[in-house]
Design a protein around this ligand. Sequence first.
Ligand code: PHE
Length: 359
Amino acid sequence: MNQPGDDPQRAEEAGSGYDRLADVRRAGLDQIAQAATVDELRAVEAELLGRSSSLAELQKGLGSLAPEARREAGRAVNEARVELAAALAEQRARLVEAERATQLRSERLDLTEVPYEPRRGHLHLVTQTRDELEDVFVGMGYTVAEGPEVETDWHNFQALNIPVAHPARSTQDTLFLAYGEPESVLIRTHTSPVQVRVMQTQAPPIYSIMPGRVYRKDTPDARHVPTFHQLEGLVIDRGISFADLAGTIEVFTKAYFGPDVTSRLRPAYFPFTEPSAEYEISCVICGGTGCRTCSGTGWIELGGCGMVHPNVLTMCGIDPEEWSGFAFGFGFDRLAQMRHAISDMRVLYDNDIRFVSQF
Ligand code: PHE
């Protein structure tokens, strides 16, 4: 009986085919190891295990082998397939990992070198204005003095020649504190009480400025806020005249606003100065020809001034026969508003960073 597997020639052919198996495996493992990308590996896989691969050929040839040889060759083919498949899986894992590492490296963000500078804050415009004015006056030989924001009625009014029930009190809407006798303690309505404190504690000659925060029971509008800032000036010496006052005001006006802006004094009334004047500057918007900001007058009122009233000197322990002097006070929020042509004063205190960072 002649079975196909018994055919010596076919067995010979088949035998030599299955001898190649070891080479197929070795060559396959080599190819797998040399695949450099997942894509290359996919091509190698098709070549090694696909339908027209050497293994598939050998698999197909099994049918022509004698049962004994077929079993053995079958096991060998299968082992080779399992081994190549395992090597492929291992290499794929390695390549996937490597490709992922490369991708991560290329997409890496170095957060230690943030490409922008952290933004720095700076002083508020009103603070800058105070510093600048202090520099101007310190340059003229003045000292800078401060006083409390919570004041007695005596310092804020009475020592300034404004007795209880004096009509001038109504021009400064006062916020009294519920402390001590009714209406005896308040948050200061102006910086003039610091004059009083300076005169009480220092012997003349006095050349001082007193910047600070003040409070009034005011409704906010484009040119008023209830909490604002004044700079008070006080000079007490021998032979001081109104001309010294006018000259001093013109000097700091030019220093702060530049050469194009001039000052003028208009007769006014304050209980603590005699004579008294209002301090005005030529309008920074229209240059003096008249516009909406200056109500068509060409001038903008910034503060008050005058020769220190003899009653005030006396109340503060200074002999008016020997000494004379002048005082002035103005809101420097308003000064900054004018220099920078800010239409509404309230934006100074809105704390909108888009606004305050411009200065
Ligand atoms: N204290 C006054 C005010 O707030 C201004 C002023 C100061 C006037 C000094 C004269 C002298 O209105």
